[in-house]
Design a protein around this ligand. Structure first.
Ligand SMILES: [Fe+2]
Length: 192
């Protein structure tokens, strides 16, 4: 194994504080979104929301960070985190695929879990504007208008990639194309 093959959680704190003294704050909406995952008592439904939809969307985000990283260390952190995240998504998918095969009621329950979470979060603001701007600036690489336009396009593409990934995973679980499209659209706007 290479020297950097294992990643310590400390690396995220150090990266977050690279250019500032204190960590940023998470929003009320972000916290509410995570809380809905903890509040889900059924393990299969919780792993569907977290691993298949949330972590699946995060995979696209980590690849985006890898491809737009401003330095080699950030790129390496994103690459290793994406590898780890891919395992979580694969595990969640395998677990749910089996559930769907043996339980004819499973699709209805999964659909209900997404709809319930969507309703629970309908009053929250969605993606923090600061996060959105940070992703644009990262992909732009500079504050020149043409670069910012490129950054904006890259973040729009990221959101399209996340949606596409979710639809592919939903199809793998046996939802038809229309259902997959509808259910992917109900996923939280803050990616989690
Ligand atoms: Fe994960």
């Amino acid at each position: 194994m290479e020297g950097l093959a294992k990643i310590s959680p400390e690396v995220f704190t150090r990266r977050a504080r690279l250019k500032r003294e204190n960590l940023g704050l998470s929003t009320v909406g972000g916290q509410a979104s995570l809380k809905t995952l903890l509040d889900e008592p059924d393990f299969a439904l919780a792993s569907f929301l977290l691993s298949v939809l949330g972590e699946g969307s995060f995979l696209s985000l980590l690849w985006f960070l890898r491809d737009n990283a401003p330095d080699p260390v950030t790129r390496q952190v994103a690459t290793l985190t994406a590898q780890d995240e891919a395992r979580h998504v694969a595990f969640g998918l395998a677990h749910l695929e089996r559930h769907c095969q043996i339980d004819p009621m499973m699709h209805g329950r999964l659909r209900g879990a997404i709809e319930q979470r969507h309703d629970a979060l309908s009053n929250t603001a969605g993606l923090n504007a600061l996060v959105f701007d940070a992703l644009i600036t990262l992909a732009a690489g500079s504050l020149e208008p043409t670069a910012l336009q490129r950054g904006f396009d890259a973040v729009s593409q990221l959101q399209a990639d996340m949606d596409r990934g979710r639809r592919i995973r939903l199809r793998k679980l046996g939802f038809d194309e229309t259902e997959a499209e509808q259910l992917s659209a109900l996923h939280t706007r803050n990616f989690m």
